[in-house]
Design a protein around this ligand. Sequence first.
Ligand code: CA
Length: 207
Amino acid sequence: MKKRATTLAVCLFLTGAGGVASASVATVASGNLIENGSFDKDLSWWFIDGSTPPTWDSGTVHLGSADTQGISIFSQEFDPYLATSLMISFDYEWQSPVPESTDTFSVNLNYTYGTTTWSTRLFSQTSTESDIGTTVSFSDTITLLPLCPSIPHGYELAFSLNEATPENGSEVKIDNVEVNAVPLPAAGWLLGASLVGLLGLRNRKRR
Ligand SMILES: [Ca+2]
């Protein structure tokens, strides 16, 4: 009974603080939650997939290539710990030449609970919309569902390129992938502490 009360308090705390992104104090997790997001030496830590798998080149990862057709995918799972908001950023650059067909570059945030996966599209761009040869920095803050630490959960950041034809296929270069937890405001932690205290007190009185 006591264990259940404590778990409930932690979940309430997360719900109460959900979605607030502001100043200082209590950090949930510090630093980049993604491993090898700068692709210094290779593609280690990344899951590589698709009919035309990505390749490593000079400290960057490349989706697709000039003479391929198919899907190119790379992804990485991470644990947001107690974060309720994440700042996700990366740099991308469409390589020349201009593809003859319309190809699509997409980035998704996937959340798996049990056997169900939810997918949020963070970014999508076609080759005809692209600014070929220019490095563009993407950055966005995503509010997560309130997480209860006692429930298994998993997040995955996934990049993909869909190439329609092999004639002048697309190639997208990616670098500096970062996922950082947005710190909770101090008030959220105080609320959590007081809820745990209240539930603890109620438990003691029942005995
Ligand atoms: Ca790099």
